[in-house]
Ligand binder design. Structure first.
Ligand SMILES: [Zn+2]
Length: 97
């Protein structure tokens, strides 16, 4: 089993991942290491986000999924799906633009 998530493109449309620290869309992380990413356009396709989550969790059951959204002048990154083993420190974080 592969233990390192690594991608530079959207898993669905192959769009190149932006260099932003918190890219928009859906980001999978395992043990704090990010990698697999579903871009925001694909995330908006009905069923695509859940398919992404199901596919990742089939391989990495402890994967957590984060989304980033703009609210006014800040970008908020928040956990959307967390594994059963997650601890309380999995919290939303804010980046001022
Ligand atoms: Zn995409």
């Amino acid at each position: 089993m592969t233990t390192v998530l690594a991608t530079e493109q959207c898993v669905r449309c192959r769009r190149r991942r932006p260099q932003a620290y918190w890219p928009f869309g859906l980001q999978a992380e395992v043990a704090g290491q990010g990698g697999e990413w579903l871009c925001e356009a694909c995330e908006a396709v009905p069923g695509a986000a859940w398919s992404f989550i199901d596919a990742i969790r089939a391989v990495w059951p402890d994967a957590a999924f984060f989304a980033a959204e703009v609210y006014g002048d800040v970008i908020v990154r928040f956990p959307l799906v967390i594994p059963h083993s997650a601890h309380a420190e999995v919290l939303a974080t804010v980046l001022v633009r």
